[in-house]
Design a protein around this ligand. Sequence first.
Ligand SMILES: Nc1ncnc2c1ncn2[C@@H]1O[C@H](COP(=O)(O)OP(=O)(O)OP(=O)(O)O)[C@@H](O)[C@H]1O
Ligand SMILES: [Mg+2]
Length: 234
Amino acid sequence: MIEIKKLTKQADNKLILRSVDLSIKKGETVAILGPNGAGKSTLLKVLATLIKPTSGQVVINGLDLKKNAISIKKLLGYLPHSSLLYDHYSPLENLIFFGNIYGVNKVEEKAIKLVKDVGLSFFLNEPVKNFSRGMIQRIAIARAIVHDPEILLLDEPHTGLDQGAISILNNVILSMKEKGATTLMVTHDFKQAAEICDRIIIVKNGKIVDDFVIEDHNLTFVSEKYELQVEGIS
Ligand SMILES: Nc1ncnc2c1ncn2[C@@H]1O[C@H](COP(=O)(O)OP(=O)(O)OP(=O)(O)O)[C@@H](O)[C@H]1O
Ligand SMILES: [Mg+2]
């Protein structure tokens, strides 16, 4: 359902993505690992239709990204490094605002439920500007899924979350998976990757250097593969 062929991205004479080929099936939960500056967020931004590739092809659900960016956007829930929330709005107002953009039915009901799901009902009407980093991340997660996207693109989603919020996020991802959603998650947190993902991709210098299935949440296997590819230890 996501087909990436010979994808390159160049900026300021620097090749950020170098001929990336990647195929992801519906319902897969995929972690993208790799060192700082490898090109992981750039790959996610291309898929989120926020930046244009220099060359290559991306097809999502049979739609070519170059020609169908608006239709593709409706399928996506994107959680970037920054929250995209409006500071002066409350969680309820933010979720209603974003829900309306996507034409969500019964948007207020949905927003209230999502705020409850991320454990912030008590702060439903407080402006987001007073929130801690973890609280903002919780609402940002709710914002990313307000329209029940088929594809989740998550950029370091566990950063700043406490244990309770990590469980909430993992449950969100797993329950979306049960509904058939596909998740691509950039992370430096191998433990969470092993916990919830069924496939791992390692990116280094703008290229995919490893791509494997993970079974039984085997964290040691992930760490060993990473060390081998990224740190050259065998
Ligand atoms: N708009 C841009 N113009 C020039 N260079 C860019 C641009 N965007 C990203 N880069 C460069 O591309 C490289 C990859 O950046 P990217 O944000 O994709 O890395 P990353 O793998 O997500 O790293 P991190 O783990 O630190 O988040 C970096 O060297 C970065 O400086
Ligand atoms: Mg990044």
